[in-house]
Design a protein around this ligand. Structure first.
Ligand code: NAP
Length: 249
């Protein structure tokens, strides 16, 4: 029970990687706030599943790009559950758009959700973590950050920004016993991947050395490791979990 007595906030906990992570943390003793944007029923369902595990969970709604909404959400979680110990900055949206058709408005929105969003949540939870001199944060990036992606320009740039955010926060936060790391998943079998054509899905699978898509639970295992004391000497790091699809030196 690595997270006994801990309070966790999982953004985008209603579906996919966030849902698997929330269930994993609850299964190991954490009380969990399940954040969502529009999927009220799905977030409620995850909370029910967590209650079935004998843990407490509450759903919380906010557009991650809306700073005031994020601040109110963190206040609500803190009042209901206590200071947030573990943050999983997972909410995101891919929003492919052909390079020649990319609009400034689309750029603004995808950057707001995938880069400003994680910043908003870190800034909202940071005072509580600093006050208690404890915090563990995992930001969910993507291998899109490490590849050439003309049709995912704002998404790839935002996810590269998440890696930079992780690195730049690590020193100042380390002074307060707050560790911050990120994970860069490859192609994972979630709703997000259902947005691509079956042909593209097959191409993703066949170009992955392990020969299959990843499961959300496999990302949850990496995130839980980074939140746990098993990664006690890691901060500012990015773990690539891509079935070998992207390799860096
Ligand atoms: P998913 O199944 O599509 O779920 C996305 C989650 O993010 C949902 O809970 C959704 O809430 C929430 N969300 C989306 N836009 C939001 C907004 N504006 N404000 C608040 N919440 C919002 O996605 P996933 O595949 O699990 O992805 C989770 C993370 O992993 C994302 O950051 C994604 O970029 C990253 N990732 C995924 C893959 C992959 O292949 N799946 C690969 C690399 C990285 P609602 O349910 O309320 O809509």
């Amino acid at each position: 029970m690595r997270f006994q007595g801990r309070v966790a906030l999982v953004t985008g906990g209603s579906r996919g990687i966030g849902k698997a992570t929330a269930l994993k943390l609850a299964g190991e003793g954490a009380t969990v706030a399940i954040h969502y944007s529009r999927s009220t029923a799905k977030a409620e369902e995850v909370c029910e599943q967590i209650r079935d595990l004998g843990q407490h969970a509450i759903p919380v709604q906010a557009d991650i790009a809306d700073r005031e909404a994020v601040n109110s959400m963190v206040t609500a979680v803190t009042e209901a559950l206590g200071t947030i110990d573990l943050l999983v900055n997972n909410a995101g949206a891919v929003g492919d758009m052909v390079f020649d058709e990319l609009t400034p408005e689309h750029w603004d929105r995808i950057i707001a959700v995938n880069l400003t969003g994680p910043f908003n949540v870190i800034w909202a939870v940071k005072p509580g973590m600093v006050a208690q001199q404890f915090g563990r944060i995992v930001n969910v990036s993507s291998i899109a950050a490490l590849a050439v992606r003309p049709d995912q320009l704002p998404y790839a740039a935002a996810k590269a920004g998440v890696i930079s955010l992780t690195k730049s926060c690590c020193g100042p936060l380390a002074r307060h016993n707050i560790r911050i790391n990120s994970v860069a998943p490859g192609a994972i079998a979630t709703d997000m991947l259902n947005e691509v054509s079956p042909e593209m899905k097959e191409q993703l699978r066949s170009t992955t050395p392990l020969g299959r898509l990843g499961e959300p639970e496999e990302m949850a295992d990496v995130i839980a490791f980074l939140l746990s004391e098993e990664s006690s000497y890691m901060t500012g790091s990015t773990v690539i979990a891509s079935g070998g699809r992207i390799l860096i030196p």
